[in-house]
Each structure stands twice: as C-alpha cells, then as structure tokens.
Design a protein around this ligand. Structure first.
Ligand code: SAM
Length: 303
C-alpha cells in the first residue's frame, strides 16, 4: 500500500535537470520513489505547487545514518574508533562480515597497516570485486586500496591491445589483473611474499594466463627481466623516486611510466624528472589524501 502525495508530472527529456532543481529547492519528497506514468515521470513533492496533482507512491526504505567507512569486500574500515557504529554497519549491510579500525598509518616496506576488529568476524581477509574481477585480500598482510578502481580503468582505456606491461609494485595484483585484458603480458613484481602469494591466488581465481608473478626487489628488475615494456606502473607513493632510473631503463622509447606520488598541493615539480629522458609529462589528480595533500599520478612519456 503506497502513500498519497502531491507530485509534478514531467517529460523524461530534461527530467534529470528538474529533479536536481527540486532537490536544490528542498521540494522533492525523498521518502518516496519517483515513478513512471505514460511517457513521463511523477516527481513526489513535499507540498502543493502550481500544476501539482495527487498520486500514490511507494515509500523508500530509510537507511540508518552510518559512520564514515571504506568498504573492501566484506570488510568495513571505519574512519573513527566507534564500536557502536561498527555494529550498526554490520546490521545495515548484510554483505559486511567484519568492521575494522586502523591502529597504525601505512608503514614499513610492505606498506601495510595494523588493524583491530570493532565488530563481526576476527579477520582481516576478504574477497573484493572490482569491475568484474575478484581479489583475495588480507589487509594486514598486503596493501590494497579500493579507491584506485577508477584510476585502473583510466589506464586500461589508454592502453592499446597487445601492450607489454610491467607493474613494479603490484601488491595483490589489482593493476596487473585489470590491465591483463588488453595486454599481451603483464609482469607483476612485489617484495612481500604474502602479496605475491595472494597475487598467485588472484591470477588463478580470475583465470588469467598472461600475468607473470615475480617475488623480487624492484631495483633488481633490469637485471631480472632482460627486456623492455610499453607501459610501467609505479604505485609506491613516497618511495618510488629511487626506482625511477630503473623504470626508465625498462620502458621502450615512446612508452609510458605511470608514477604515483603523494604531494603537498603547492609542491614544486619533482627535480628528478629533469634527470630522465622525458618526451612529455602530465600530472593528474587521483584523489584527495589529507587536507592540502593529494594523491597524483605523473604520466611520463619516455623519449
Ligand atoms: N599496486 C598495488 C595496489 O595498487 O594495490 C600495491 C601498491 S602498495 C602502495 C606498494 C607495494 O610495493 C607493496 O605491496 C609493497 O610490498 C611493494 N614494495 C615496496 N618496496 C618494494 C620493492 N623494493 N620492490 C618491490 N616491491 C616493493
């Protein structure tokens, strides 16, 4: 049984502009579901207006106010230490089995954090899906961020079919596995044995046959690979500088290096870029990291 409410009948063409306008004016009744009628749509509104009619609407399920959190598969990582909020998230989201709070910043060579369970199952492991690919993840054992999903898609869109790719700091392999769709081969390296073990699981789970896992220090890749690549991914913010000469030696002339960095918004350009054979370089904003700090990527085309 629905609820009677005042509403406006609008044409589908231009309906989105009207919806935004009604939202901005605070007139749209957000507790009710917009519904089709003939060729048009009925927008429920909170009070009678010029031209309004009455109709019946389905009520929308009102979600509890949830504390700020990042979702990675079945794990919610809360921004604040809020055990009560953690329990609300678990009750509200049936797919969430564990709520965590980070007990450290990203630390050490493996770039992991320590976590404490606030609610749910005692684990830091989960399975995450990104654009149809499935990833086995253990947040305490190996780095993973779901927030780079659209960045990985941006690079996939830039790629030509049949490229060779080197992912120097692959973690559990999200860049490598997403980019493998277009690549002839992706060589995926990490220093962390747990990360490479999860990468191998992820290669198997996604039935990918062109990703080559390498357990090594990226500094040794020029000697280990004995070849060059069309595209090199360098996702080791704050620590990637010392590997840039190696990345250049591993990139074909005309190829591209994607160099990720965390920078102050008013920072000068990295002086290291003057010391490498750059044809062109473009800086792109990836996401805001902290007030006044951004996660950026430099797309460096090599001469
Ligand atoms: N690219 C992955 C992603 O987007 O999820 C992981 C990025 S994480 C910020 C950086 C990774 O580099 C970690 O998995 C860490 O173990 C690895 N790492 C750190 N130093 C390394 C080195 N010298 N050689 C190879 N891998 C290294």
């Amino acid at each position: 049984m629905g609820k009677q409410q005042w509403c406006l009948r609008v044409n589908r063409q231009g309906a989105e502009d009207i919806r935004r306008q009604l939202l901005e004016e605070g007139i749209l009744d957000r507790t009710l579901k917009i519904r089709p009628e003939g060729e048009g749509l009925l927008f429920p509104i909170t009070s009678r207006q010029e031209g309004a009619i009455q109709a019946e609407f389905e009520e929308l399920h009102q979600r509890a106010e949830l504390p700020r959190h990042e979702l990675i598969g079945g794990i919610a990582v809360l921004a604040e230490n809020d055990p009560a909020g953690a329990a609300i998230i678990l009750a509200d989201r049936p797919s969430v089995h564990t709520a965590l709070i980070a007990e450290s910043a990203v630390e050490g060579e493996f770039r992991t954090k320590r976590f404490r369970v606030l609610a749910g199952k005692e684990t830091t492991a989960t399975t995450h899906t990104e654009y149809g690919r499935t990833f086995r993840i253990d947040l305490e054992k190996a780095y993973f961020s779901a927030r780079l999903a659209s960045e990985r898609q941006r690079i996939l869109c830039m790629m030509n079919e049949g490229e060779t790719v080197l992912d120097m700091f692959t973690g559990v392999g999200p860049f490598a596995i997403i980019l493998s769709v277009k690549a002839e081969a992706v060589w995926a390296c990490d220093l962390n044995p747990d990360a490479v073990s999860l990468l191998i699981e992820n290669i198997t789970m996604n039935r990918v046959s062109n990703v080559i896992p390498i357990l090594a220090d990226a500094g040794n890749l020029p000697a280990l690979c004995g070849r060059r690549f069309d595209r090199v991914i360098m996702n080791l913010p704050l620590m990637a500088d010392r590997f840039l000469p190696a990345a250049c030696s591993l990139c074909v002339p005309g190829g591209t290096i994607h160099f990720y960095a965390l920078i102050e918004d008013d920072a000068e350009e990295n002086p290291l870029f003057n010391q490498i054979p750059v044809r062109s370089i473009e800086r792109r904003f990836v996401r805001s990291y902290a007030p006044g700090r951004s996660h950026v990527v430099y797309d460096i085309n090599i001469r």
